[in-house]
Design a binder for this molecule. Structure first.
Ligand SMILES: C[S@@+](CC[C@H](N)C(=O)[O-])C[C@H]1O[C@@H](n2cnc3c(N)ncnc32)[C@H](O)[C@@H]1O
Length: 203
C-alpha cells in the first residue's frame, strides 16, 4: 500500500503514528464543516450530547462552546482516537466531557439519555447503518436530534479509492435511512455540493 493510501486509511480507524498525525489533521480540517453544521442544529444550554466517531475530540470542544452547562460524551472504536480526544479535552475530562471506546452499533448508554447525537465524517465507516441508526434513536430522548455531517458524497471516488473500507452515501440516501429508522422532520442542508448536514428528530 502506498504512503498516501496508508495515511488516509487511518481515517477509518486511526492507529499508531500515522493515526495520531491524521487525528491532528482532522481536528483542524473538519472545522469549517463542523462549525457550519453545528450552527444549524439549534443547540441549547444544559443539553446532554453524544458525538459518535469523535476522533481527536475537537467536535467535543466545539459542542461544549455552544451549550453552557452541557455534558458532552464522545465514543470511538479507535483506541488512538479515544486517547487523543481525552488529551484535547483534558481540562474538563470526566467533569463535562466523557470519552470511551466503543462502536456505533452498540452504544453503552441507557435509553433516552441524549438531547443531541452528532456524527461528523464517520458514517462512511459504520458497519450496518440501519442498525446503527436504530441504536442512535434508542439513546436519544423524545424530541432529541441526530445530526450527520459529511463532506464526501456518493460518486466521490477520489476518497473511496484512497480510504479502505469507506462507503459513501448521498444526503438523500442518508435522509431515507433516517426516515426508515423512524426519525421525523428530516432535513438536508448543503454548504457546497459535497458538504451536507442531515438532521432528524426522534418522534
Ligand atoms: C474520518 S474520522 C472523523 C473523526 C472526527 N469525527 C472528526 O470530525 O475529526 C472517523 C472516525 O470514526 C471512527 N469510527 C469508525 N467506525 C466507527 C464505529 N463503528 N463506531 C464509532 N466510531 C467509529 C474512527 O475510528 C475515526 O476516529
Amino acid at each position: 500500500m502506498g504512503l498516501f493510501k496508508k495515511l488516509f486509511t487511518n481515517c477509518a480507524c486511526p492507529q499508531g503514528r500515522m493515526g495520531r498525525a491524521m487525528l491532528k489533521f482532522m481536528n483542524l480540517c473538519h472545522a469549517p464543516l463542523t462549525n457550519w453544521g453545528l450552527n444549524l442544529v439549534g443547540i441549547q444550554d444544559g443539553w446532554t450530547i453524544l458525538d459518535i466517531g469523535c476522533g481527536g475530540g475537537a467536535t467535543l470542544q466545539r459542542l461544549l462552546k455552544r451549550s453552557q452547562g452541557s455534558t458532552v460524551y464522545g465514543i470511538d472504536i479507535s483506541e488512538e482516537s479515544v486517547a487523543k480526544a481525552r488529551q484535547v479535552n483534558a481540562r474538563v475530562l470526566n467533569k463535562q466531557v466523557f470519552v470511551c471506546q466503543g462502536s456505533a452499533e452498540q452504544l453503552p448508554y441507557d435509553d433516552e439519555t441524549f438531547d443531541l447525537v452528532t456524527a461528523v465524517e464517520t458514517v462512511y465507516f459504520w458497519p450496518h447503518l440501519p442498525a446503527c441508526f436504530q441504536e442512535v434513536r434508542r439513546v436519544l430522548k423524545q424530541g432529541g436530534k441526530f445530526a450527520i455531517l459529511i463532506e464526501v458524497v456518493e460518486g466521490d471516488s477520489m476518497w473511496t479509492n484512497v480510504v479502505e473500507g469507506m462507503k459513501v452515501y448521498s444526503p438523500e440516501e442518508l435522509q431515507a435511512l433516517l426516515n426508515e429508522a423512524g426519525f421525523i422532520h428530516t432535513e438536508i442542508h448543503r454548504m457546497k455540493p459535497s458538504n451536507a448536514t442531515i438532521i432528524g428528530v426522534k418522534a
